[in-house]
Write a protein that binds this ligand. Structure first.
Ligand code: BYC
Ligand code: FE
Ligand code: FE
Length: 471
């Protein structure tokens, strides 16, 4: 199905056939654009950016690349094609046809999940809004804007569901998406990590590696939902998420590469003296972004998650590939639990551990990229190893938020934490140093001194390509 861009709101949901919904969305559209102009990427209004736009929702060939003036980007509503035979794969409604409308009894839970998902999308755009001013290269600037417009579209995806399926309170929730703001003292974003700052490009790459990866896992679970429109929205969003994580993984990898090159070139590890980011600082940023993203999976034992699963509204990642009864009424799952002053392994009812299971999958996935970064270090002949901290480290949600641990997960006293956390998490001084490196490089083919050029290409265009035109 080819998307028609001549419509006011491009879509593949036959918006023309539902005047009421069309009017509601057309009322929301200027509010959205207003928000984008106020809190979206700064100084980007006149830029023409070499962006990818969806032209079809089919598996292959949906991407079209061209220069786009940023505020003229065509946000729209795209769902993967429907499968009329789809059934619910888990929970008490297992085997029944997927729902095409919201079941009344699950309305508030579904709305809450959609609102929480939707809220993260504009939050990340707000967090990243100043980065355009100090990009390390045009290639990176283009990637930033690509991520930003797609997160904007992800908001559209959730707002569509709210307005199409939740009537008046859905419309109110859609408005509230533009009223909460990242870091706002009175009206913050819903989830913790989305109120943190993303002030520099190292933070941006760590964010897209670790926090967008939460997106992959949450969207993957929501893609299993018995509520078919939510499932189809998330499936299409997932196709875009892969690029966000690529930006993160390759971005951090390129910094690691540059750091190693500087160490070898100058034959010392005083990387800062040579304008790079030293490996211990990278480790601290990794510790920070991993730990706040780990919080995004909620409590280890969650009755919310059990209800979502049992009622068929939020599944597990790749639900159908898991070999069990997909009911979880009688099975158990091993989790780490705080027991007195120890962290111990216990078996708990699987239904209550759905969040923790997803966190396990997430941590394993995070580790794959860390291994690839370590490979770069190893190939440079340097003796250093980046590591994911223990899941109990620096937590604010869940049982481990009650204690302090070192990055290896050893429980320590508050006094020891106060003494040592500057070795584990970025300090003010680290942040100021990284910030001092953030000088814009906007000449085609040029790159900042703290990061290596990319190996890959965007749509076969070389690094020297003029990815952004400044007007
Ligand atoms: N911060 O029973 P629990 C993305 C609250 S990222 C603040 O475990 P549940 C993206 C929780 O709300 C993907 N509060 O909760 C990435 C609950 O509150 P109540 C985002 C938190 O519901 C980058 C209480 O603690 N999508 O797309 O099972 C760029 C008890 O917790 C937090 C989703 O999150 C927190 N971190 O699990 C752009 C999917 N964690 O009931 C985009 C939708 C928990 O006591 N959301 N709480 O008032 C969900 O599935 C669930 O809401 C959560 C929480 C998994 C987040
Ligand atoms: Fe997103
Ligand atoms: Fe994303």
């Amino acid at each position: 199905m080819i998307i028609d861009y001549n419509q006011k709101i491009p879509n593949n949901v036959n918006l023309n056939g539902d005047r009421r919904l069309q009017r509601a969305l057309e009322r929301w559209q200027p509010e959205y654009l207003n928000w984008w102009n106020k809190l979206g990427p700064e100084t980007s209004k006149e830029h023409e950016v070499y962006l990818r736009t969806a032209i079809s929702v089919e598996k292959d060939g949906w991407a079209h690349f061209d220069y786009v003036k940023m505020p003229e980007y065509r946000w729209g509503i795209f769902l993967t094609p429907s499968d009329p035979t789809r059934t619910i794969d888990f929970g008490i409604h297992k085997g029944q046809p997927a729902w095409q409308v919201v079941p009344g009894e699950y309305r508030s839970e579904l709305r809450r999940l959609i609102v929480t998902q939707g809220d993260t999308e504009p939050a990340s755009v707000e967090q990243q809004r100043y980065l355009g001013k100090n990009c390390p290269s045009l290639y990176d600037l283009r990637n930033l804007f690509q991520v930003n417009v797609e997160e904007g579209r992800h908001l559209w995806a959730m707002v569509y569901l709210l307005q199409a399926y939740f009537g008046r309170d859905g419309r109110e929730e859609a408005d509230a998406m533009l009223e909460r703001h990242s870091g706002d003292a009175d009206k913050p974003r819903i989830l913790g990590a989305f109120n943190e700052k993303t002030p520099d490009w190292l933070s941006f790459f760590m964010f897209t590696y670790f926090t967008d990866r939460d997106g992959k896992f949450q969207l993957g679970s929501l893609a299993e939902s018995g509520f078919d429109p939510l499932s189809r929205s998330c499936r299409f969003m997932l196709t875009e998420e892969a690029h966000h994580m690529f930006v993160g993984e390759s971005g951090v990898g390129r910094i690691v590469q540059r750091t190693c090159d500087l160490m070898n070139e100058h034959n010392n590890d005083d990387v800062r003296k040579n304008g790079g980011i030293d490996l211990p600082t990278l480790q601290k940023y990794l510790n920070f972004h991993f730990s706040i993203s780990t919080d995004l999976f909620g409590q280890e034992l969650s009755t919310n998650a059990a209800t979502y699963y049992n009622t068929g509204i939020k599944g597990r990642l790749s639900e159908t590939k898991i070999d069990d009864d997909h009911l979880l009424h009688d099975s158990s799952y091993p989790i780490l639990e705080l027991s007195g002053d120890k962290i111990v392994n216990v078996e708990v009812p699987a239904l209550n551990a759905v969040n923790e299971r997803l966190r396990d999958d997430y941590i394993a996935d995070c580790d794959l990229g860390v291994r690839r970064w370590n490979k770069i270090i190893e190939e440079a002949g340097i003796d250093y190893c980046l590591k994911l901290p223990h899941r109990a480290f620096n937590r604010r949600i869940g049982q481990f938020s009650e204690i302090q641990t070192d990055p290896a997960g050893k429980i320590i006293t508050q006094t020891d934490w106060d003494k040592s956390h500057a070795e584990w998490l970025p300090t003010q001084e680290d942040r100021e140093y990284v910030q001092s490196l953030m000088q814009p490089v906007t000449e085609p083919g040029k790159i900042a001194g703290w990061i290596s050029p990319p190996k890959g290409r965007i749509n076969r265009q070389p690094f020297e390509f003029e990815f952004v035109l400044f007007n």
